[in-house]
Design a protein around this ligand. Structure first.
Ligand code: PEP
Ligand code: MG
Length: 547
């Protein structure tokens, strides 16, 4: 089958690999028509509304019981309880008594609860998203339209969505989903990062995907961003077989990262949980360069206790089998809201209170996390490095590093994600043990381009010379201080960019498990001198992934 057939559409490939299968559309939020027919049988409407609410509750309970992720199960159970709340039923009955059909009555009743919760603020206001979920599922059922959220199907499918909310992504699994296509989203959006960590081929920023229809067979190429529709079952089978063979060949790749002349470059993994940690040995990586701890708590409305965190971190650290792990403290805010830490309604959340800045308001969440990490480190004897996200100044770097040391974590560093931190990397390194460059955010702040903005992907291109310049400044500061400077943004996963990053002086590259084999091969093919030459070319604007 050729992926260049006329029936192809193109987006941005963000997670490599190919997959073919039937499309499952992620239902949008159901909208109520403006007009409705007069209610003739109020009792029948009440029965329909109660039946729909009960089905919503049952469906959520079944999913909670089947969920392997405790945080996801907890949210699903809490949401089911809302659907069974007697006062909600009472409000629905009263709206029907006033002449509204079942779907409209459910919508009105939930709207009133919504306003009440928002007024109460704090924890109660955080339940609004769950209420909306109950509303959407129940109204969809009553109107007979597709269910919103990640679809439930008997066999695996290609998920086509407008975009995914972080809470949706928690329930994505490779058993259910073969590949992911989103109409919006950018190459460094968290949808893309999650797809990569699951090893799920993914294409984002593909407006043409809006024409794909439920059940049609398509082939998705997550490297080129091409989606071919109208393929035969035979085409689908051979695409999936070829992909299996490709994966098997990559799985055989082994050994530490080094250039052709032996210059070592540690190849590390980006992970979000213990499953990710288990992949370190599978792909023979040298450890974990970025453990995004916030991924464990995306669904949580309350901060996790120290004890709960210790248990979770021990699970991850145990899976490391003695290899190094860089744990990042919670990076809440902007596109990764954590209900218990993030401020609602900031005018510019990406420039607001996110990452380490949340500790200005509530240092307890950070100190609890450091306490838990130190305990998990002691219990497992793992090699734990800890680092903070969104650090802008040397004073912040010092504050965090001292705090981590005081909590019994001897190796503490900070991320370079803000141009100010890159420009003053030498100052930061006077107070901290290592730096890790987050190119996803560093690109968005350097080029003043929202990382979620698919249509501005050329500005987020990691080959942008301004971004490379900042990486070079940071790496040189690291070399002068004799401290390690890694890259853990998505740029590190590019086999064509990896030699350039090494030429700029970075000492480690951290990426998803699926990228390791290709990056290892790319480095093994060039000498350090060639890497430096490629870096000089790239700084002069010599190459772009977008051509
Ligand atoms: C980054 O910004 O490059 C990074 C690694 O952090 P995140 O993608 O989680 O914001
Ligand atoms: Mg970041």
């Amino acid at each position: 089958m050729s992926l260049a057939s006329p029936a192809s559409i193109t987006g941005i490939g963000v997670s490599p690999g190919r997959a073919a299968g039937p499309v499952a559309l992620m239902g949008p939020r159901p909208r109520l028509p403006a007009e409705y027919a007069e209610v003739r049988d109020p009792d029948a409407e009440v029965r329909a509304a109660i039946a729909a609410l009960t089905q919503t509750a049952e469906e959520l309970e079944v999913r909670a019981a089947a969920s392997a992720i405790p945080a996801a199960a907890e949210v699903l159970e809490a949401t089911a309880m809302i659907a069974r709340d007697p006062s909600l039923e009472e409000a629905v009955r009263s709206a029907i008594a006033k002449g509204e059909p079942a779907a409209w009555a459910v919508d009105r009743a939930i709207d009133a609860f919504r306003a009440m919760l928002l007024d109460l603020g704090g924890y109660m206001a955080e339940r609004v998203g769950d209420l909306d979920d109950v509303r959407d599922r129940t109204v969809a059922r009553l109107l007979g339209v597709p269910m919103p959220g990640i679809p439930e199907r008997d066999s695996p499918y290609i998920l086509v969505a407008d975009d995914l909310a972080p809470a949706d992504t928690v329930t994505l699994t490779t058993e259910r989903v073969l590949a992911l296509v989103t109409i919006r989203g950018g190459p460094t959006s968290h949808t893309a990062i999650l797809a990569r960590s699951l090893g799920l081929p993914a294409v984002v920023a593909c407006p043409a995907a809006a024409v794909l229809t439920e059940g049609e067979l398509v082939a998705v190429d997550g490297t080129t961003g091409v989606i071919v529709s109208g393929i035969s079952t035979q085409d689908a089978v051979s695409t999936n077989r070829a992909e299996q063979a490709r994966r098997a060949a990559r799985a055989a790749s082994r050994g530490p990262g080094r250039t052709a002349d032996g210059h070592p470059v540690a190849l590390l993994l980006n992970i979000g949980d213990a499953t990710g940690a288990a992949k370190v040995a599978a792909v023979d990586a040298e450890g974990v360069g970025l453990f995004r701890t916030e991924f464990l708590y995306l669904d949580r409305s309350e901060a996790p206790s120290v004890e709960e965190q210790v248990a979770l971190y021990e699970g991850v650290l145990d899976a490391m089998a003695g290899r190094k792990i860089v744990v990042r403290t919670l990076d809440a805010g902007a596109d990764k809201p954590l209900p218990f830490l993030t401020q609602e309604g900031e005018p510019n959340p990406a420039l607001g209170v996110r990452g380490l800045r949340t500790a200005r308001r509530d240092p307890n969440v950070l100190t609890d996390q450091l306490t838990a990490l130190a305990r998990a480190q002691q219990a497992t004897r793992a090699v734990v490095w800890v680092m903070a996200p969104m650090v802008a100044t040397a004073a912040e770097a010092k504050w965090f590093t001292d705090l981590a040391h005081a909590h019994g974590l001897p190796i503490a560093g900070v991320m370079v994600e803000i141009p100010a931190a890159a420009l003053r990397a030498a100052d930061l390194l006077e107070h901290t043990d290592f730096l890790s460059i987050g190119t996803n955010d560093l690109a968005q702040y350097t080029l003043a381009t929202d990382r979620m903005a698919g249509e501005l992907a050329d500005l987020l291109d990691p080959w942008q010379p301004a971004l490379l310049e900042l990486i070079g400044i940071t790496a040189r500061a690291g070399a002068a201080a004799g401290k390690s400077v890694g890259v853990c943004g998505e740029a590190a996963a590019s086999p064509t960019l990896a030699p350039v990053l090494v030429g700029l002086g970075v000492t480690s590259l951290s990426m998803s498990a699926t990228a390791v084999a290709d990056v290892r091969d790319a480095l093994a093919a060039v000498s350090l001198a060639e890497c430096r030459e490629m870096a000089a070319n790239a700084l002069a604007g010599g190459r772009s992934i977008l051509g």
